[in-house]
Design a protein around this ligand. Sequence first.
Ligand code: HEC
Ligand code: HEC
Ligand code: HEC
Ligand code: HEC
Ligand code: HEC
Length: 188
Amino acid sequence: MRFRLPVLPRRVSRRSLGLLFVLFVLLLAAVVVLAQSPEDVPDPTVEPVAFNHKTHVDKGIDCLYCHSNAPRGQVASVPSVEKCIGCHQVVTPQDPNAAREVEKVRKAWEMGVPLRWEKKFDQPDFVYFSHRPHIQANVACEECHGDVGSTDMPEPGYNVNMGFCLDCHRQQAPEKVAKLTDCATCHK
Ligand code: HEC
Ligand code: HEC
Ligand code: HEC
Ligand code: HEC
Ligand code: HEC
């Protein structure tokens, strides 16, 4: 079978063109309105997203995929909204409450604002800590943060005290212990 172009009327009246134009504008308006709803999505700059570690770790997402700065730097870093959107442009949970949280992520993305996180692990400024030497020495995240993968969020301040740091540093290779327990290593 050969493909045939549809037969178009030779003359399209001005009136029907006008009508088409009006319809087009209405359609556009509807699309814009629909894109802006649902209006019940809370403002992500005010209400933080209820992020759940367990859901994500259970799906096999590596800690370092999200906290990618840990091997390189002092801070582990919290992922940007871009990283979340990489999945959540398409991934929508079935559970309505979970889906509402994901809507907040999308809204933050549309608004071009970062997500709001409350820092939980925070050390006093007179302590020097860096993730880098620990990740390089293969110290697991869980040694210091607990079993993050089985909770929604790690416990605030879990294990962050001098005795805890020193206990582990004393167990390192004998030639390293002097440096690792030297006050100046952690108090610059
Ligand atoms: C040796 C202990 C230790 C290990 C191992 C460790 N952390 Fe941390 N982490 C800390 C401490 C201490 C802080 C608080 C740092 C501060 O307040 O300056 C922290 C802070 C953080 C933070 C919040 C602040 C930031 O740095 O962005 C994240 C996220 C984090 N760690 C993730 C991880 C991940 C992921 C791993 C494994 C790849 C890991 N950590 C391994 C001790 C550790
Ligand atoms: C590699 C893919 C991936 C990335 C990256 C990702 N997510 Fe998810 N997320 C998922 C999957 C899969 C689910 C589970 C969906 C379901 O329940 O069907 C989920 C569920 C959720 C939920 C619903 C509540 C829950 O935990 O069940 C929220 C909220 C959420 N993600 C927020 C985030 C945020 C915020 C980020 C960025 C910091 C992020 N996600 C990054 C894949 C991802
Ligand atoms: C899908 C991305 C994602 C994955 C995978 C992930 N995290 Fe997180 N993590 C986050 C986000 C987002 C926050 C900030 C959430 C908040 O404050 O409510 C966070 C916060 C943390 C914090 C607390 C930071 C602070 O002080 O406020 C620690 C510690 C942490 N993650 C460790 C881990 C560890 C260990 C793993 C692997 C077992 C892991 N994370 C896997 C996204 C992720
Ligand atoms: C579970 C074990 C463990 C814990 C807990 C731990 N560390 Fe470490 N730390 C190590 C290892 C292993 C190294 C790397 C030693 C090496 O091979 O050079 C290291 C190295 C360091 C270094 C770099 C030392 C240098 O050579 O310059 C600093 C700084 C440091 N740790 C601070 C801390 C602080 C602060 C804490 C507590 C918040 C802490 N560590 C908790 C195991 C640990
Ligand atoms: C491996 C890292 C590490 C080393 C080595 C270390 N400290 Fe600390 N220190 C910490 C951390 C982490 C804190 C903050 C948490 C706390 O209050 O326990 C701290 C807190 C302190 C504080 C404040 C305590 C308080 O109750 O407010 C003093 C004082 C102190 N250290 C002195 C020292 C002296 C002196 C040395 C050397 C003999 C030393 N530290 C070696 C990690 C270290």
